[in-house]
Design a binder for this molecule. Sequence first.
Ligand SMILES: *[C@@H]1O[C@H](CO)[C@@H](O)[C@H](O)[C@H]1NC(C)=O
Ligand SMILES: *[C@@H]1O[C@H](CO)[C@@H](O)[C@H](O)[C@H]1NC(C)=O
Ligand SMILES: *[C@@H]1O[C@H](CO)[C@@H](O)[C@H](O)[C@H]1NC(C)=O
Length: 346
Amino acid sequence: MTLILHMACTFSTSQRYKQSERILYSLWRVLAGLAWVFAALFIGNALLVTDYKDIHRQIHNEERPHGSETLPKGIVTATSDLEMRALWGNHKMNPENQTNLLGMAVGIKQKESVDKIVRKFLSSGFVIMLFHYDGNVDAWKDFEWSDRCIHVSAVSQTKWWFAKRFLHPDIVSEYEYIFLWDEDLGVEHFNATRYLSIIKEEGLHISQPALGPNSTDVHHALTRRKPRDRVHRRVYQKFGGTKCTEDSTGPPCAGFVEMMAPVFSKASWRCAWHMIPNDLVHGWGVDFRLGYCAQGKPTENVGVVDSEYVVHNSVPSLGGGFTSDKVSQLSVLEPSCKQYQREVIC
Ligand SMILES: *[C@@H]1O[C@H](CO)[C@@H](O)[C@H](O)[C@H]1NC(C)=O
Ligand SMILES: *[C@@H]1O[C@H](CO)[C@@H](O)[C@H](O)[C@H]1NC(C)=O
Ligand SMILES: *[C@@H]1O[C@H](CO)[C@@H](O)[C@H](O)[C@H]1NC(C)=O
């Protein structure tokens, strides 16, 4: 009897279990279903929101400079130029449209050489920025052209330091070409107007005048003048394990210029500016990387102009070569240069 009761009891309990299991199971299914619905709603909503944000961005903030998003469109001045204007009235002080810029780090000890360079470029209608690394600005007032130049002074800084801080691509976007030259260059055989027309014709985005005879410190065969050429873009030589041929695409055969007298198109400067490290002293390493900024065609858009050339006098200074106290910094740069050579050449 007890056994039967027990069995009945067990039976009914297991029945009840089964019943509640079924209820639980269907509850679970309902819940799971609800969860799916909620998840779908949530994801859909998120997608919708992203979409909307994207569209919103596309409509309202297209090409907006970072940080200016809250400004009404009409009052944004996205770019700038370096033109000098009279304090009274709004007329430009510069005589005609000046569309090219020469930036040069200078010290008063090199004033003869700088004077010659500045006169050349002023006569070709350039805007000129002088970066005074010796802090000496007043001594230049003797030159009649002094007031027509923009003077920036910071003691013991290099051309690249100045370029990084004062020639941001947005600031100099008005200029077609940017020349960033050393002060120790002889310009007897150089005419900036002719140089400009040559690089435009040849489509050179990054260029330099060839280094003429008697130049000291010719580091690379590529930049040495070829007297019979107008422009050259490559050399055919053997450098250590590298043999330069028609197929070579990079340094030391093609696709770079040295850092003593580079000339950048607007587009290539927008790229090259980003590569300038803060402590750049001499430019080694960066010169070999310039090919990245050649608008996709380093072997076509980078070249050396032979018919307009300069003579490099290699005066040790911050505007040109390097001073002895900078040599230690230079030896810090060299390993990265070597590493870069491996990266690109080999
Ligand atoms: C200077 O630039 C303005 C505006 O871009 C243009 O209208 C004018 O013709 C230019 N003048 C010269 C002399 O090139
Ligand atoms: C530079 O070349 C241009 C164009 O050939 C010429 O008009 C100008 O006189 C030259 N400037 C100098 C200083 O020789
Ligand atoms: C190079 O130097 C020699 C000797 O000093 C001189 O005669 C020649 O004119 C110079 N060449 C150039 C292009 O300056």
